[in-house]
Design a protein around this ligand. Sequence first.
Ligand code: ZN
Length: 610
Amino acid sequence: MPLIARASIDQVQAAADMVEIVGQYTELRKAGANYSGRCPFHEERTPSFSVNPAEKLYYCFGCGAGGNLFGFVQAKENLDFAGAVEYLADRYGIELEYEESSARGDAERHRRERLRALLEQATAYYERVLHDAGAAAPAREYLKQRGLGDDVCRQFRLGFSLAGWDKLREAARAKKFSDQDLLDAGLVVPGKGGRPYDRFRGRIMFPLADDRGRTLGFGARTMGDEKPKYLNSPETPLYHKSEAVFGLHAAKAAAGREDRVYVVEGYTDVLALVQAGVHNVVASMGTALTEQQLKRLARVTRNLYLCFDADAAGLGAMSRALTLGRKMGLSLHVVRVPDGLDPADYVLSGAGGEGFRALAADAQTLLQFHVRLALATHDLDKPDGRARAFAQLKGVLSKAATPIERDEELRHVADRLQLSAESVRYLLAGSGRSAEGGDAAGEGRSQPPQGGGAAAAVGGAHELEVRFLAGCLAQPQKGRVVLAAVDESFFATAETRAALRVVKARLEREGAGNTLQTAAKAAEEDDDGEALAEVVVRAGRERFTATVVDELFLRLQEAHVSRLIARLKVTAKTDESGKQGAELIRLQAVRRTVREAIRTIPVDEEPDEG
Ligand SMILES: [Zn+2]
């Protein structure tokens, strides 16, 4: 990977307008030094999301999402760091420079750029052929028959490959691309006499794009009975089948907004749904969803609605995707289209986008899907069919996310299998046992205790520590004094300890007169972006006076001493020297002093600094 030059990154950081970037996803209003709005990372009615425009940092008090400019673009546009820099450079017209890199790295980058250029040329060529060539009339007719209008075909840059052996090859060579370029891009196949020929002939071309809409490869479909019906690009330096998701570039914004994405099987299903106003839809490549595909989707939304054919292949694929997705912590649902129709036929048959959304509202959960699948695959009219369904369901029910969900499905099962009360109890007991061990181990275990005293205590400590650091940033003079008196042991979590380090370093730099180093830069370099973002955003949101900082400092000391006391109380019991007992008494005296100081803090009316 080529390294983008530090100076270029700084240029992009300086040029980008954080409010404009975030404003693409949520409406922002000015609120003090910050802007606030509804969080683009979680569903909410009242705004708890803040942006600090000067530092170019964001933080959500609802879900805890936070970070810098580049982190925001990475998360919302589903890009890596370099990709986010390139995206912003594009947007703000900045020419990036790359670090002096190895000759091989440079060659590699040039190679990829050349392939991208060729794929763009090929996309434009196939598009022109589809819309203008007389020989493409049957393809235009085919798309029209399928109910797909010109606009949506142009939006997804559909094309057509002519039936000859070297139509694309000739067009590309006229643009000075070599046979090697064409081979590397997967557009031609090596011929026997050394003369390559077009891979795609007489097919409708669907460009498979990356998250920025750049073509990486093609999916190509016949209109007749030629085999194979679908032909895709081979693996190339740019195109990897296991990562390809058709339509993700176009679906991203709507999927983020609605916090869900529909996954269908066919390219034309995507087009038909988009044409019907359902924009958050993508197609898997073939039926099996891979982990890489799920990861790409998960960066846009964690709510996936699968809408596959109800045939055996479709059901099997959904079942595997559901299991895989669950392991990745995704929320998966199954949308069933009635009468064996595919989604395209369904919306075009008059149901429209509204009809599809209504189906989605009735989507099944993972458990419901598996229960119905188990019931559907056995002959429930025969005793041995019921017995086999019964055995399978015992395992299925053990995978319920909650007891409530399990009980609901259990009622459905009992009804269908005409079970006795005793059999129901057996199913329940079995599912309970296996949920505590066996294959359910590790799922749902890693979550923190809900509403527990310990978790609540950590939450309170986090809040106090972040406010204290925010106060130090807002009142730098005071901040430097009080920060000199604390160390990492005053902070309860790794996150706030990391934030302490960044805030300390920053106040020291500013104290030394060097204010050029921005917080965003520090955040990126120290990889403590999230912790720092929360601090900075708070500093701009709350009105900190020097007195408030004093009070927070005292409260931080109180919490710190209290933690030491709690620890000592445990160890002092077994300590025979009596030293710990004496230390305990000393600390309790310190705590009384601190508490007394907190009680006597004056209430100030006006900010007394800054
Ligand atoms: Zn949020």
